[in-house]
Structure formats: structure tokens, C-alpha cells
Ligand binder design. Structure first.
Ligand code: NAD
Ligand code: GLY
Length: 366
């Protein structure tokens, strides 16, 4: 179904750090959409070599009407560049352009650009304002919202970072139309996640609409982005710094992060690793008594229909366990997993290593 002049809004309610998420079509060229951007003389757009040829001109034109100087930094593209050396390129650009404390950073791209630009904004001069302009489904439904910023370390995913909220998130749905199918599927993993942890009615809706989502149907994508942002806003509004509840947003991520760092960043996409990690976490949930085999099968089929892998790589159970111990949820070396305690509800729990090994044997190639 086509979607014309669609505009919606979800609010993140965090007191003096509150901000709107605007969701709509062709927002990049819409001056009014940027009304919540802080006033300043200078802006720096951080993007990458893939996104720049597609969307930089539209954003730069719009910002030129608002800022005296609009600078641009194009980073190399890829999860493998989510590191110290590439982060430093943002600081180099800020210093080279004489950026002051009011300079606004704009993250134009997927979760990699968003996480790195957010971390740079959190630390340049101890904090400058930034705006998220996510252009992947994954970034629109998850990474641009909620203020988690980070880079990877060779020993662990997203281990170096800060909680730092943007001033505005601007999801231009039109940008999703150029996403390669594999990237679209990766984003669907994070959309699917919201069902088992929080909203089984949404899960039903995704099951009924997954083919439309895979086919980039604009109306289906608009609903998926809005409902995902609403659920995430509700969780982040209660637990901004992940003292408890927010950890449920990491369903599938403990296994997934092990796949990503175990294979080498970029080998599997983040969303692919999360999709497969949710299959593993569902099996663990079943063994812990939270869900039955029918639920695990239902979730696995949906992940498969979304175009995501459902069988994990053969890293070996000892290596998986070693990698999963380097996780922000671990406590005193004990791995803690997000598991489903009943459909639509998740908790964080430890599990015996022997049980985790059984899940890995069941879910990974030999
Ligand atoms: P990504 O940023 O690597 O983008 C995926 C690919 O799509 C890249 O090649 C990118 O250049 C390209 N691309 C971006 N927009 C495009 C468009 N509109 N058309 C065509 N190509 C486009 O990956 P991602 O999946 O967006 O994000 C994954 C990252 O997000 C991971 O590093 C993950 O750790 C992080 N993440 C963070 C959070 C958080 O809360 N901060 C949550 C989830 C994931
Ligand atoms: N993507 C997990 C979180 O934002 O907490």
C-alpha cells in the first residue's frame, strides 16, 4: 500500500532529557521536521560512504537553511570500523573545524554511524548535542532510540560507550526503500524481538505482515517502526540506564554478540546474529519452563520467514561460553540471559552451563 505525506510522533519521556521521535515520509527535506534541533552556528553531519551518495544532499540542503556552517564527515562503511581509530576521525573533524560546545552532530546512517556519532557527541568537550537521522530499519526501530552509544572492542561487542540521549530522532521512512534485502531482514530481527518480550498482539501482527515487510511495503514499515518505537520508549522511560527492566531489550543478544565477535565483526550482520540468538534464547526459555515447544517453533518460523538465519555457526560450546561471559549483563563471571517467562514477558536469569551447552548443540551446525 503506498503511503503519502505520513507523519507520526513518539515521545521519549526522560524529564529534561526528553525528545521526540518523528516518523514520516520525506522528512530529510522538510525544514519543519528539524524544529526541535538546538540553535547553533555549526553542524557536523557524520555519515558513511554508502549513505552519503543517497541522502547527504537532501539533509545538507535542509540544514544549510538553519546553520551558518554545515560540515560533513564520511566514514568508511562497516561494523568492522566501529572502533577507536574511526571514532577518532570524528574528533579530528570537530577539532579541525573549530567546533564549539554548541555544535550539533547529525548521525546520518545505520546503527554503526549512530552509535559512533552518539559516543563522539557524549565525549567531545564532555558533551555536545546530537540528532539521530537513522536510515536502516534496525536503526529506526532500535539503535537510534534510547541513548546507548558505543564502539566495539576486539574482545567484546559495544563494550566501550556511554548513555547519552539525542535531542531528536528523525525516521524518514522513504530511506528504507534503498535498503538491500539482507539489511532489511537484519532490522526485522529487532522488530520481532518486541513481540515475545512485551507485546504478543504485535507479534501476531508481524506474523500476518512479514511478507509485506520483506517486500518493503511502506504502510507495513510505518506501523512496524511506530509500534517498535512506542515499546522501546516505554521501556527506556522506566529504566534509562539499564538498572533492570531495559535488559529485556537484549533478548537474543547474549548469544548474538558471541556470534558477532566469535566470527569477527561484520561476518554476520548484527540483526542476523540477534535473530539466530533469539532462537537459542527461546530454546533456553523452554528448558527453564517459560514457554512450550509450540512457542519456540512459532518464533523460529517467523525469524526464518523474515530472511534470517536460524542455525548458529560452529564456534564450539566452550568458545560460545567464553565469549558470552564478556557481556555487560554478566555478574561476577556468571552469564545472565534474557529469557521469556511467558509469551509477551521477559526476565533476566542465569542458567547452568550444562543447559546452555545443550541449547548450543541443538541450535548450531556441528
Ligand atoms: P549499519 O549501520 O552497518 O548499516 C547497515 C548497512 O546499510 C551499511 O552498509 C550501511 O551503509 C547501509 N545503509 C544504511 N542506510 C541505508 C539505506 N537507506 N539504503 C541503503 N543502504 C543503507 O547496521 P545497522 O543494522 O543499521 O546497525 C547495526 C549496529 O547497531 C550494530 O553495531 C549494533 O551493535 C548497533 N545497535 C545499537 C543499538 C543501541 O541501542 N544503540 C541497538 C541495536 C543495535
Ligand atoms: N538495544 C538495546 C537497548 O537499547 O537497550
Amino acid at each position: 500500500m503506498p503511503l503519502t505525506a505520513f507523519r507520526d510522533r513518539v515521545d521519549i519521556d526522560l524529564g529534561d532529557r526528553s525528545y521526540p521521535i518523528l516518523i514520516g515520509t520525506d522528512l530529510l527535506g522538510d525544514f519543519d521536521a528539524f524544529a526541535a534541533t538546538p540553535a547553533a552556528a555549526t553542524a557536523l553531519i557524520v555519515t558513511n560512504t554508502t549513505v552519503a551518495p543517497l541522502y547527504l544532499a537532501a539533509l545538507r540542503n535542509t540544514l544549510t537553511a538553519r546553520f551558518r556552517a554545515v560540515h560533513v564527515l564520511e566514514l568508511p562503511d562497516g561494523e568492522v570500523y566501529k572502533d577507536w581509530a574511526t571514532l577518532n576521525l570524528i574528533f579530528d573533524a570537530l577539532l579541525r573545524h573549530g567546533a564549539d560546545r554548541k555544535t550539533v552532530l547529525f548521525a546520518l546512517g545505520g546503527g554503526v554511524v549512530g552509535d559512533m556519532t552518539g559516543f563522539a557527541a557524549a565525549s567531545y568537550m564532555r558533551g555536545v548535542p546530537f540528532v539521530q537521522v537513522p536510515t536502516t530499519l534496525l536503526a529506526q526501530v532500535d539503535s537510534s532510540v534510547g541513548g546507548k552509544t558505543a564502539i566495539n572492542h576486539p574482545l567484546g561487542k559495544n563494550m566501550i560507550g556511554a548513555f547519552y540521549q539525542p535531542q531528536l530522532v528523525l525516521c524518514d521512512l522513504a530511506t528504507l526503500q534503498t535498503l538491500p534485502p539482507r539489511e532489511l531482514s537484519a532490522g526485522l530481527a529487532e522488530v520481532i524481538k518486541y513481540g515475545p518480550i512485551s507485546d504478543m498482539a504485535f507479534f501476531d501482527w508481524i506474523e500476518a505482515n512479514v511478507d509485506a515487510l520483506v517486500a518493503l511495503d511502506p504502510a507495513a514499515l510505518a506501523h512496524a517502526v511506530k509500534r517498535s518505537c512506542e515499546i522501546k520508549a516505554g521501556v527506556v522511560g522506566q529504566d534509562e540506564r539499564e538498572n533492570g527492566l531495559r535488559a529485556i531489550l537484549n533478548f537474543g543478544h547474549t548469544f548474538g554478540h558471541a556470534i558477532e565477535s566469535g566470527l569477527g565483526y561484520g561476518e554476520w550482520l548484527h540483526g542476523e546474529a540477534v535473530g539466530c540468538g533469539m532462537v537459542m534464547a527461546a530454546h533456553l526459555s523452554q528448558r527453564l519452563g517459560g514457554v512450550d515447544a509450540a512457542f519456540v517453533e512459532r518464533l523460529t518460523r517467523l525469524i526464518e520467514r523474515a530472511g534470517l538465519p536460524i542455525v548458529g555457526p560452529a564456534l564450539g560450546d566452550a568458545r560460545y561460553l567464553e565469549l558470552m561471559r564478556i557481556d555487560k549483563k554478566s555478574e561476577a563471571g556468571e552469564i545472565r540471559f534474557v529469557v521469556i517467562d511467558k509469551p509477551g514477558s521477559a526476565v533476566v536469569r542465569s542458567a547452568p552451563d550444562a543447559m546452555v551447552r545443550e541449547v548450543l548443540v541443538q541450535c548450531c551446525t556441528a
